[in-house]
Design a binder for this molecule. Structure first.
Ligand code: AMP
Length: 191
C-alpha cells in the first residue's frame, strides 16, 4: 500500500496536487476539510459544531477528525492506498493515525511537505475566496488565524515524520506540473 501524507499550510496547493496524485496512483483521497464540509452541508450535529470553529479558522477537536478517518479507513479496506490531505494536523492526530494504520498492518510511506511563504499563502487564499465560496478564505483575519494555527499546532507534525525518516520537503511555488513531478519523484523513491 502507498500511504501518503500531503502536508503544508492552507493554500499550499494540497488540493490541486492531491487530484493529480490520486489519478496517477489510484489512491483514496481523505481530506478532513472536505469531510467536515460535507457534514456541514448535510446539516449534521457534528457539522454544526465544526462550522463554528472552521468559520473562525480554528482546528476542530482531534477526536472528531480521528473518528472520521477511522471510519473511512474501515470503509475502504480494498484501497491501493490513501492520500491524507489536511490530516494529521496535530501530533496527537499523527500518533492516532499510526495506531489506526498499525491495526491494519499498514503504515505511512512518506510525508511530502509543500513549502510556500506566508505572503504567497495569503494572496492565494484571498484569490481562492473569490470563487470557492468558503467563508474561511474570504477574510484576512480568518486566514491569519489559520496560518497561526498551522504554525503553532501543525508545523510540529513535520518533526514527527522527520524522526521516522519519512519527511520530504518540496518547493510549493512554481508550475503545477513541475511541483507534481517533484512529488512523484519523492513518492517513487520511498515506495
Ligand atoms: P482545510 O479544508 O484542510 O483547509 O480545512 C478547513 C478547516 O477545517 C480548518 O481550518 C479546520 O477548522 C478544519 N479541519 C480540517 N482538517 C482538520 C484536522 N485534521 N484537524 C482539525 N481541524 C481540521
Amino acid at each position: 500500500m502507498l500511504n501518503l501524507v500531503l502536508f503544508g499550510p492552507p493554500g499550499a496547493g494540497k488540493g490541486t496536487q492531491s487530484e493529480k496524485i490520486i489519478d496517477k496512483y489510484n489512491l483514496v483521497h481523505l481530506s478532513t476539510g472536505d469531510l467536515l464540509r460535507s457534514q456541514i452541508q448535510a446539516g449534521t450535529e457534528l457539522g454544526l459544531k465544526a462550522k463554528t470553529l472552521m468559520d473562525q479558522g480554528i482546528l476542530v477537536p482531534d477526536e472528531v477528525v480521528i473518528g472520521m478517518i477511522d471510519s473511512k479507513l474501515s470503509e475502504n479496506r480494498d484501497a491501493a492506498g490513501f492520500i491524507f490531505d489536511g490530516f494529521p494536523r496535530t501530533v496527537k492526530q499523527a500518533e492516532a493515525l499510526d495506531g489506526l494504520l498499525a491495526s491494519y498492518n499498514e503504515s505511512i510511506t512518506v510525508m511530502v511537505a509543500l513549502i510556500v511563504p506566508d505572503e504567497e499563502l495569503k494572496k492565494r487564499l484571498l484569490h481562492r475566496g473569490q470563487t470557492s465560496g468558503r467563508p474561511d478564505d474570504q477574510d484576512e483575519q480568518k486566514i491569519k488565524t489559520r496560518i497561526e494555527e498551522y504554525n503553532s499546532k501543525t508545523a510540529p507534525v513535520a518533526e514527527y515524520y522527520r524522526q521516522q525518516n519519512k519527511y520530504v520537503s518540496i518547493e510549493g511555488v512554481g508550475e503545477i506540473e513541475e511541483i507534481f513531478g517533484a512529488i512523484c519523484d519523492a513518492i517513487e523513491k520511498e515506495a
